[in-house]
Write a protein that binds this ligand. Sequence first.
Ligand code: UD1
Length: 342
Amino acid sequence: MKTKILVTGGLGYIGSHVVVELQSQGFEVIIIDDLSNSSENVLDGIYSISKIKPLFEKIDLKDRKSVVKFFKNHSDVKGVIHFAASKSVEESTINPLKYYKNNVNPLIYLLHEIGKLSVQKLIFSSSCTVYGQADILPIKENSTLKEPESPYGFTKKIGEKIIKDLCAVNNTLNSVSLRYFNPIGAHKSANIGELTIGTPQNLVPFVIQTGIGIHEKISIFGKDYSTPDGTCIRDYIHVVDLAKAHVIALKRLLEENNIENYEVYNIGTGKGYSVMEIISAFEEISGIKLNYSIKERRKGDIMSAYADTKKANLILNWKPELTLKDALSSAWKWEKKQLKLK
Ligand code: UD1
């Protein structure tokens, strides 16, 4: 009998890559997704890689009755990886209530139902946004969590706190929060990747689409930061490496190797790249010269963020295996495939 794992938001960008990794490690996966920012076609992409069609139920986690019903039917779930959430920083500043409703209530409903299971293991999708502009770089897990710059960031901080508080009073519940730095790239098959609906707000999807000719030029948000070339620095992590970290963290919980019943890990590469360096790296892998113009700083942007990854390296025995160029090449291949270009 395979161990059954629930992946909420499993048809999304990171979720779909985690589903494939779980399947390759022999887990049975069941996906819940409300398709608000994904598509059922992703199931075909997953199948084309693993040759296994995961179980899928279209459920909106805000509908508590459906969540209760789901767990009644699947009380044999041995682990939950929770991705389902809204993730646009900008949208969250315009419509904060949507973010508190979508990202907080469903987590509470899930935790209620997980609390009834015989095996209670949860991996939570968190973000480096919980650190705000850290005083010391690289950022360690025990850095002070500053006030997040957006309601989206705040929902991640609250989510972590809810789980931590619950773990403190429920020893049966074991959970890991993974704080991702900047996930980019796609599966090497280019059969799953990041679906961009509308104009992308994040740097790499915008760079890739500019390479393809969808946008005339890239706006660089600020070139007057105190960094070597004046542009912001981020830690870009390949989504496949990130996906592997989830499976390792889950196994740690399932094999009861965790020391605390609530643990937190940074998932990044430990190396920061500036906006200009990302543009140059893309130009190098694609052979395409990109146009750009310098714009005002973007509201809420922090200057520099990159991870101290020692904790994940030593305790999880996880290390990224893929490079920035691997990530950009895979994202490029994925985008061209979306547009059916060679
Ligand atoms: C944001 C979120 C992060 C989330 C990530 C991916 C915050 C502080 N960060 O990261 O939690 O995981 O999105 O969804 O909440 N840039 C340009 N031009 C562009 C787009 C971006 O110059 O057209 C610059 C930005 O100013 C920034 C860097 O590129 O310096 C990276 O931006 P982006 O890809 O949007 O990621 P973050 O803001 O770091």
